[in-house]
Design a protein around this ligand. Structure first.
Ligand code: SF4
Length: 73
């Protein structure tokens, strides 16, 4: 899949701030100063998937940016 082809939505109520997503996929997820993750615009789809799969609480959902279809989990 092309960069920017997936969109990540992070459930901030579920996120517990472990930063696994940013550590496993630093090109796709960053932690801000409040230890809240956000996705990097235009990130590579494979990197987004690695980061989403690293989340221990399932706080990251991925969608096809073109169709809006949920692709992970
Ligand atoms: S891996 Fe999950 S719980 Fe940890 S910071 Fe990222 S979204 Fe939050």
């Amino acid at each position: 899949m092309k960069p920017g082809s997936l969109r990540a939505v992070i459930d901030r109520r579920r996120c517990v701030g472990t930063s696994n997503c940013a550590e496993e996929a630093p090109d796709a997820f960053e932690m801000d100063e409040a230890c809240v993750p956000h996705d990097v615009p235009g990130a590579d789809a494979a990197a987004l998937l690695v980061g989403a799969q690293a989340c221990p609480v399932g706080a990251i959902t991925l969608f096809d940016a073109a169709t809006g279809r949920q692709v992970y989990p």
